[in-house]
Design a protein around this ligand. Structure first.
Ligand code: FES
Length: 129
């Protein structure tokens, strides 16, 4: 069982005070992913201008770690080019949060997948795919 003490301060902080919650009007790309085992769902919206992600928001129906990783991934992508954003791994998201308990690493995978899916949606809309 995971005790609350297993979570880093940063995870708790992003869980209690998540950044960039909500939707973007007219987003450049939307990523919607879910984990069939835990049932958590994550939606990530990105706004891209001149190949740079200028804004990112999320809506997550899920556990505390899913909310914290969503919050962190939106912070990490802002100001990055689309190519740079694609390099952000779930491990990088977890590390930026000061680590996650092993049983909660899949929550960071969801954040990576949501980002990849939003970028794929963006590329599709651009006709690059
Ligand atoms: Fe599944 Fe966190 S428990 S995303």
């Amino acid at each position: 069982m995971v005790d609350i003490k297993n979570y880093s301060e940063k995870v708790m902080e992003h869980f209690k005070n998540p950044r960039n919650v909500g939707e973007i009007d007219n987003p450049s790309g939307i990523g919607k992913v879910g984990n069939p085992i835990c049932g958590d769902i994550m939606e990530l919206y990105i706004k891209v201008e001149g190949n740079v992600i200028v804004d990112a928001k999320f809506k997550t129906f899920g556990c505390g770690a899913a909310i914290a990783t969503s919050s962190m991934v939106t912070e990490l992508v802002k100001g990055k080019t689309v190519e740079e954003a694609l390099q952000i791994s779930n491990k990088a998201v977890a590390e930026a949060l000061g680590g996650l308990p092993p049983i909660k690493m899949h929550c960071s995978v969801l954040a990576e997948q949501a980002l990849t899916s939003a970028i794929e949606d963006y590329k599709k809309k651009q006709g690059n795919k």
